[in-house]
Ligand binder design. Structure first.
Ligand code: UD1
Length: 458
């Protein structure tokens, strides 16, 4: 595979070509019926690591970030940083990023279109350079994901914003602190503004800020670089800007969405799974809902165990910004609800089009109907394996989980969606006792395989 790296890189072999993630990158094959039991050591949070990488642009000095997940979204962000002239070294789970003094002011379309999260380089770039040109982002197929809050907020801090030929152009003489009220507690907008505000003269107050644990992690990272931030994790974040930022070292928080995914994977087959590395309060409402469904939860200081011996009960779920139920676990939990005896209503309040996986779950035997942003999940249903297509990252994980309890084999195509956010997904599930294989794009399809020809990639 052609790499875009600038050389001098060791230990980083999964470079993506500059034209993005391959569309047909293989599939997962799952043979259902295994009971999952055991322990999972969680990787670092994707949604934090990507932002810490962007924040590293705020200083010319080297920054070292550990517990970085080896997933394609991180590889894409590595390429985004390199395209800006930044030196990046990715060894094991440790990233070393040195933005230096020759930072480019243009993030290319070929990379930004493959991952919406690349838009978080906007705030640090305008903070460092006083200008930035960034392609309009792409990303998951879960509704029209706008960036108006990011842009309005940056304008409040003094940036001029122009949109031309699919590119956003930002410029300013100097950013100035301001009160920035967000229409909605957008995670990405809070992060972009937080990073830009570290360079803005005087005080910035982000009101109605997102309260996700990843925002707190970013604020801690920026503080360790010398920024002055108060209130991260609350809806009012105060930044005293204009201080010079320096290099730092930091460990990414564990991935709460990965944690929830494995806890559900265990619960669907009446298993017993413990995830390690995460403080349970990051998943409070999710754990409460599992408990209400009949899953026994045991919390440690940095671990959570979910086990089940009895039947599942239906519960209603409404996704909301943190500390509400995470939208990134909505698809996976619908599999569990499909096995519960009764009717559950799932309301998606964060993204439009986030029920795109429902048709595929129904092809496996689930009984889910949708109307607008509500889904009615009727159970218990016996699932049966077939060939399905992952529509996006979390929907893809939900289909793999459904395959764990489906009779026979399930082939989940579009594995590149799942690779975006789960490090070693097949390996971790296999270690818990699942029969899951990651198959290359050019290998024999399920219809013609005996099961023995499937080859594990990682
Ligand atoms: C982040 C996460 C994603 C998670 C989401 C909500 C990353 C890389 N991704 O996405 O996994 O599902 O938070 O927890 O961290 N919106 C606007 N205008 C804007 C910004 C957002 O209308 O300027 C809308 C979006 O269309 C969406 C909602 O606000 O409907 C939430 O978006 P936001 O919180 O910004 O999510 P992301 O940061 O994109």
């Amino acid at each position: 595979m052609k790499s875009t790296s600038a050389g001098g890189v060791s230990g980083y072999t999964e470079s993506y070509p500059v034209d993005g993630i391959p569309e047909n990158s293989g599939r997962f094959v799952v043979r259902g019926g295994a009971r999952l039991a055991g322990d999972v050591v969680l990787a670092g949070a994707k949604n934090s690591a990507l932002k810490l990488m962007a924040a590293s642009l705020l200083t010319p000095e080297p920054c070292v970030i550990s517990r970085v997940p080896r997933i394609t979204d991180v590889f894409t962000m590595v390429e985004v940083l390199r395209s800006l002239g930044v030196a990046v070294d990715f060894e094991g789970d440790e990233l070393r990023i040195a933005a230096g003094d020759g930072l480019s002011d243009c993030a290319p379309y070929e990379l930004v279109r493959t991952m919406r999260a690349s838009i978080v380089v906007m705030g640090p770039m305008v903070a460092r350079l006083g200008r930035a040109t960034i392609a309009m982002p792409g990303g998951c197929n879960i509704g029209p994901r706008r960036i108006d809050f990011h842009l309005r907020g940056l304008e409040k801090l003094g940036a001029r914003v122009e949109i031309e030929h699919g590119f956003i152009k930002l410029s300013c003489d100097r950013l100035r602190g301001a009160v920035v009220p967000l229409d909605y507690p957008s995670v990405g907008a809070t992060e972009n503004l937080l990073m830009a505000a570290t360079a803005a003269e005087g005080e910035t107050v982000i009101e109605n800020a997102a309260r996700e644990p990843e925002i707190v992690d970013l604020a801690e990272y920026l503080s360790s670089m010398g920024a002055c931030i108060e209130g991260a994790g609350t809806s009012s974040v105060h930044v005293q800007g204009g201080r010079p930022l320096h290099g730092t070292q930091h460990q990414v928080i564990a991935d709460r969405i990965e944690a929830g995914t494995y806890l559900i994977a265990g619960a669907v087959g009446a298993g017993d799974v413990t995830v390690h590395g995460l403080e349970p309060h990051h998943l409070e409402l999710f754990l409460t809902k599992l408990h209400l469904m009949g899953v026994e939860i045991q919390e440690g200081k940095h671990s959570m165990r979910a086990s089940r011996s009895g039947p599942l009960r239906p519960v209603d779920i409404s996704t909301l910004p943190h500390p509400g139920f995470p939208t990134d676990l909505q698809a996976q939990v619908m599999v569990l609800l499909s096995l519960a005896d009764g009717t559950s209503i799932v309301t998606e309040n964060v993204f439009e089009n986030r029920f795109v996986v429902v048709d595929e779950l129904n092809r496996l035997g689930a009984g889910i109907t949708t109307s607008g942003h509500h889904a009615v999940v009727t159970g218990p249903r016996a699932l049966t394996g077939t060939v399905v297509e992952a529509p996006d990252l979390r929907g893809g994980a939900a289909l793999v989980i459904a395959g764990l309890v489906a009779e026979g084999s399930t082939e989940i195509r579009g594995a590149h969606h799942i690779d975006r956010g789960y490090e070693g997904f097949a390996d971790k599930l296999t270690a818990l006792g699942a029969n899951v294989t990651r198959v290359q794009a050019d290998e024999t399809p399920l219809a013609r395989t005996t099961g023995a020809s499937a080859r594990t990639l990682r």
